[in-house]
Design a protein around this ligand. Structure first.
Ligand code: ATP
Length: 359
């Protein structure tokens, strides 16, 4: 029996969802109610391509729970940006539905939509999108100005956000005086200033060099521990996806190939395409003990370890003779028993040939 996580056992309320979403570029299609579309989706996508159109999203459905980090992962051209634009209604899908807190987002008025974007959604982009003529303080306070907050109030809130991303002392700097990582921290502070329920991040760390990128990922996880936002995070980097995600949706040619936790993708890939992706990550660094503990494992030992620890963190103990562990549930990770033999078997099945740590 596969181990199950506590997150699956106790689903939280759905913050945002989409169902049977299609976005088609090219000559316009009439938006119609097509209940049968999903069933014939492959044939319909082919028809669209043959008519010279680009089906950028093909029958996409998923739900994001409150407080979850939901990562959308795919190669260039797979439809990630199109999807985030449809979820925020920057563009409109031809078919399907998007619901925010249960409300049909495709039926709200333009005015209501602006209010939702200003008050409920935060967005961070790869290119930072800062205003060069405004200081750090001015940039972070800007969305609050759009909300109509008085100056003293918006500056006070902006200062709090600047402190949250550890940029206090740089309030009066202009974007060009900051490093890439610092500029992205300003972008993050600005998007958080409106205290969004739903936080969209579109490849936020892709422009940063690998060391800074990893540091920003750590800071992002640290922020999320404190803020508990609902997050839709886009990346083309599977290692980043596995580090950050509660669940990952893998997109290929506009279609969702698999949705699952990093462990699901590594241990139970839906097809060779997903398996090829996850071959690029180190299972020891991604898998947690709760992901692979079993209800019963005869060889497991009495030593207690927490379910949220990485498999990597046990390797020393195994190398020095530990034969097994009792795994305690921790956070969203379940507990159980885990033998050293099982750990080594799983790493043997899913390990890579090279020395890359996959982080
Ligand atoms: N405005 C547009 N008009 C026509 N085709 C488009 C448009 N925008 C995107 N596409 C096409 O839709 C498909 C999905 O593009 P999208 O930008 O969503 O992919 P992506 O996964 O975000 O790629 P990247 O990682 O390179 O940003 C691609 O085939 C792209 O060429």
């Amino acid at each position: 029996m596969p181990p199950s996580s506590a997150a699956q056992a106790n689903p939280r309320p759905i913050k945002i969802s989409c169902r049977n979403l299609w976005k088609v570029y090219g000559s316009p299609l009439r938006r119609v109610q097509t209940p049968g579309l999903a069933k014939g989706s492959e044939a319909f996508a082919r028809q669209l391509r043959e008519s010279g159109r680009i089906p950028a999203l093909v029958d996409v459905s998923f739900e994001v729970q409150e407080g979850e980090i939901f990562v959308i992962m795919g190669l260039s051209g797979s439809g990630k940006s199109t999807l985030i634009r449809c979820l925020t209604r920057l563009i409109d899908a031809e078919f399907g539905e998007v619901r925010l807190d249960g409300k049909d987002l495709l039926s709200v008025s333009p005015r209501e939509l602006i209010e939702i974007r200003r008050h409920k959604m935060g967005m961070v982009f790869q290119n930072f999108g800062l205003m060069p003529h405004l200081t750090v303080l001015g940039n972070v306070a800007y969305p609050l100005k759009l909300q109509g907050l008085p100056r003293a109030e918006r500056e006070a809130r902006a200062r709090q956000m600047i402190e949250l991303v550890s940029l206090d002392g740089r309030e009066n700097a202009f974007p060009h005086q900051l490093s890439g990582g610092q500029q992205q921290r300003v972008g993050i502070a600005r998007s958080l200033a409106v205290e969004p329920d739903l936080w969209f991040l579109d490849e936020p760390f892709s422009a940063l060099d690998p060391m800074i990128r990893r540091q920003m990922q750590d800071e992002f996880l640290d922020l999320q521990q404190r803020l508990h936002k609902t997050i839709v995070f886009i990346t083309h980097d599977i290692a980043e996806a596995c580090r950050l995600a509660d669940r990952i949706a893998i997109l290929r040619d506009g279609r969702v190939v698999q949705i699952g936790s990093p462990a699901d993708l590594i241990l139970r890939p839906a097809d060779d395409y997903v398996a090829d992706f996850t071959a690029d990550v180190s299972p020891a660094a991604v898998l947690r003990l709760g992901d692979i503990a079993m209800p019963d494992d005869a060889e497991a030992g009495a030593r207690e370890v927490d379910g949220d620890r990485t498999v990597e963190s046990l390797l020393n103990d195994i190398a020095t003779g530990a034969t097994g562990f009792t795994v305690r549930p921790k956070g969203k990770y379940g507990g159980g028993q885990l033998s050293a033999a099982r750990v080594l078997r799983i790493l043997g099945q899913h390990g890579r040939q090279d020395n890359d740590t996959g982080r």
